[in-house]
Structure formats: structure tokens, C-alpha cells
Design a protein around this ligand. Structure first.
Ligand code: SAJ
Length: 406
């Protein structure tokens, strides 16, 4: 039996996927509300294909509990927040989860850490917890790092098809865990050591952050001299060895906007490009705010409360708002002592910010200018409703005359 610890964005789909592929699974979370919701037959967040996967897992007998289970395999999938000042991983949840596992696990158990951590976290924080509990790693407890790679919005497909990395102290244990993941994963599963696995995960997200920063910097350069960044990127990408990403209003989520900081925090004098890239991405919400003021001036709009931000989530078609560019922009606006922007997101049902709307038509009815912060399908499908608005399109998706860009 596998006990998946942490039933959030990664733990839940992983637990469901294993259960629906014949593995006996108990999912554990200390949050009683999450466990109660799952036990009542409902999923806890919106994700393509998650509800069907949930039904399949229930049918296969998955259980959810607030208790850690006595079993031979644990998958730890708890959050790893980062400390904004030191720019380092805060491993407190991982450490607490492993402590709890140590209280119930039998000798011979395998502990797989799936949470994203920076290189060295397992040596520095996880091994000592196991040893302090009287276990010998490699004899009494096997330790493995299997970082996830799935992308919100396409998690179910990517869980099935992505290649994976498994870092283990010895090959035999790596093979055992590989067999477990191979129960559902159709991609290639690479075995390596724990330190390499830790590093690859952070490097993958850093690669994307740096490349997004490059696109964002191009957008700023092109804005400065009134050039069309999208056309330039489109043409450049026709070169066989050029593949530039898209500029946007900022980088959100708990991965790309966070993980690269771990390298800056650990190697401050070496990670220069990464440091600058992260600052470029973090500066984008402010850049958009300046664009809003600039466009208002150009169009003769004076009332900021007639400007609406479309989208609150960190990216399209998900309900996750962590580190979202819109939230960053609103914070920045408050720092400038200017409030009043209206906000709407079809995926955010609760009131989370001031002046928030819950349906598109009333939102559009109350604004003269719309800033497309997130490219949800809804806005693409309702483009015609924007014809009489001033539009600042931060993603180049609104195909209407007169649209403004970042
Ligand atoms: N973004 C841009 N321009 C682009 C692409 C993305 O501005 O061209 C922005 C998005 O709007 C969003 C942010 O970047 O705000 C991050 O979105 P994303 O779709 O690039 O990535 P995440 O954070 O949803 O998921 C990433 C993925 N990592 C990589 O692609 C290397 C995913 O595979 C990881 O599993 C995930 O991080 C994670 O959990 O670490």
C-alpha cells in the first residue's frame, strides 16, 4: 500500500493516478476540510480530467484520511514555501511530514519525496530527521527523490506521458520505485542520485523562467521603440534553432516564479543571469500598471475605476491564484495609493479582492477599458463583447482593431 502525504495540486492527482492503475492507495492530509471534501465525493480544485480520474480512483478503492498509515511506501507531496528574504526553500512541511512518517513506519519502508526542493535539502534536513529517529538510511529506511513535472491545466495527461526522474541512494531501491511509477507513467523513467534529481527539477523551472524573462525583456525593448514584439518573435521562431517564449503580464504560480530563487539564494555570486531574469519577470506587473496609465492618457480616460482587470489566476483555465500577476499588480497599485481597478475571473467564485465581479457581462458593463491579464478560453470566446472597449491585451489573443499591447 502507498500512503501519499499531502493532497494538494500534486499529491491528489498522483494518488488518484496510482489508485486508478491498481495500486492500493491511502491519501493523507492534515487539513480536515480537504479530507472531508474528498470523502464526500468531491475534488478540491479544478483541473482538466481530474473529476473522471477521481471517479476511477474511488471505484478502485482509494481512501482519504488525516492519519498517517502503517505501510511500506510513503510519497511526500507537501508544499515547500520559500523564504522571500533568504531566497531559500523552507523545508518545514517536508520535515514535519517525514517526522510523522517516522512515528508510524515499519523498518524497511521507502520514503519518496516528491515536493520540489533545492539541491542539498535532503542531505541537510531530511536525512537527519530519519537518523534522529534511530533509523539507518539504506538499511531501515530507503530514501528517494522523485520530483514531479506536471503542468497545471494538463496535469492528468502529463502524469501519464511525461518522462520522470527518480533519484535514489542505491539502484535497487530506485528500480523498485520506478516500478511503482511505471504502473501509470508511459514516459521514460530515468534513475539517478538524489542530489542530481533535486538539481534537475530546479534547473528545469529556471530554464523556463529565464526564457520567459528574455521574451519580457524583448517586449520592453520593443515598447520603447514602438516595434511589434509578437511579429518579431514569430519571425525569429522560424529560424530552426530559435524558440522564443511569449511575453506576458508577469510570471505566477508556485513553481516558475519561486524555484529559480533557490539557486540565487544558494549561489548569489554565481547565479547572475537567473537573478536578473527573476527581477525582470517580477517587474512585469508594474510595467503593465504603467501601460494602463499610459493608455488611459492616450485615450483620454481619467477614471481608474472604469478600468477592469480580466483574470486573477496565475495562468489560463486554472483556479490557482498563487503569486498571480494580477494580485501583484493590485498590490503595486495599492502601494501607489491608487485603488479602484475592477477585477473579474470566471474561475474565482469567492470574493478575494476589492471591486471583484462574478459574471462577465456585469464586469464589462461597468468598465471602459479591459486589461486581459489571463488568457482564459472564456475571453477568447467572448471577444466580440470587447468591441466598444479600450483593450490592453497582455497575451496577444484579442483579434480586434485598435487593441493595445504591453
Ligand atoms: N508564462 C509566460 N510566457 C510564456 C509561458 C508562461 O509569461 O511563454 C507565464 C504563465 O502565464 C504563468 C507562468 O509563466 O504565469 C508559469 O506558467 P507555466 O505554464 O510556464 O508553468 P507552471 O508554473 O504552471 O508549471 C511549471 C512547469 N515547468 C516547466 O515547464 C519547466 C511544469 O512542468 C512543472 O511541473 C511546474 O512548473 C512545477 O510544479 O514545478
Amino acid at each position: 500500500m502507498v500512503n501519499v502525504i499531502g493532497l494538494g495540486y500534486i499529491g491528489l492527482p498522483t494518488a488518484l493516478m496510482m489508485a486508478s492503475h491498481g495500486v492500493e492507495v491511502v491519501g493523507t492530509d492534515y487539513n480536515k476540510e480537504i479530507v472531508a471534501t474528498l470523502n464526500a465525493g468531491q475534488t478540491t480544485f479544478e483541473e482538466n480530467g481530474l473529476d473522471d480520474l477521481f471517479d476511477a480512483a474511488l471505484e478502485a478503492g482509494i481512501k482519504f484520511s488525516t492519519e498517517y498509515q502503517v505501510t511500506d511506501t510513503y510519497i511526500v507531496s507537501v508544499p515547500t514555501p520559500y523564504d522571500k528574504f533568504s531566497k531559500k526553500v523552507d523545508a518545514c512541511h517536508v520535515v514535519a511530514a517525514v517526522e510523522n512518517v517516522m512515528e508510524v513506519c515499519p523498518k524497511g519502508a521507502t520514503v519518496v519525496i516528491e515536493s520540489t526542493i533545492s539541491p542539498g535539502i535532503i542531505d541537510k534536513y531530511v536525512r537527519p530527521v530519519i537518523e534522529d529517529n534511530g533509523f539507518h538510511i539504506g538499511e531501515d529506511i530507503n530514501l528517494v527523490h522523485a520530483p514531479e513535472r506536471i503542468i497545471p491545466g494538463n496535469m492528468v495527461y502529463e502524469l501519464l506521458h511525461n518522462n520522470r526522474t527518480i533519484g535514489a541512494d542505491n539502484h535497487e531501491i530506485g528500480e523498485k520505485v520506478k516500478t511503482l511509477y511505471a504502473s501509470f507513467c508511459q514516459g521514460e523513467i530515468v534513475l539517478t542520485d538524489i542530489r542530481t534529481a533535486e538539481m534537475t527539477k530546479v534547473v528545469e523551472n529556471t530554464f523556463r523562467a529565464v526564457n520567459i524573462a528574455f521574451a519580457n525583456e524583448l517586449a520592453k525593448i520593443c515598447r520603447h521603440d514602438n516595434m511589434d514584439v509578437y511579429e518579431i518573435i514569430r519571425i525569429c521562431n522560424m529560424h530552426p534553432r530559435v524558440n522564443i517564449l511569449q511575453p506576458g503580464p508577469g510570471v505566477g504560480g508556485h513553481c516558475i516564479s519561486v524555484d529559480p530563487w533557490f539557486l540565487v539564494g544558494d549561489y548569489p555570486s554565481l547565479a547572475k543571469v537567473i537573478d536578473e531574469s527573476m527581477k525582470t519577470n517580477d517587474g512585469m506587473p508594474d510595467f503593465v500598471l504603467n501601460r494602463i496609465y499610459e493608455i488611459m492618457k492616450e485615450k483620454g480616460l481619467t477614471d481608474i475605476s472604469r478600468v477592469g482587470l480580466y483574470g486573477l489566476t496565475y495562468k489560463e483555465n486554472v483556479d490557482d491564484m498563487r503569486e498571480s500577476p494580477t494580485l501583484q499588480l493590485l498590490e503595486s497599485q495599492e502601494r501607489h495609493l491608487a485603488t479602484g481597478l475592477k477585477v473579474y475571473d470566471p474561475f474565482i467564485k469567492k470574493d478575494v479582492v476589492k471591486n471583484q465581479y462574478h459574471d462577465l457581462d456585469s464586469f464589462l458593463g461597468d468598465v471602459n477599458m479591459v486589461v486581459v491579464m489571463v488568457k482564459h478560453n472564456e475571453i477568447k470566446e467572448n471577444m466580440a463583447k470587447l468591441t466598444d472597449k479600450v483593450v490592453l491585451d497582455c497575451h496577444n489573443i484579442i483579434d480586434l482593431p485598435g487593441v493595445c499591447y504591453i
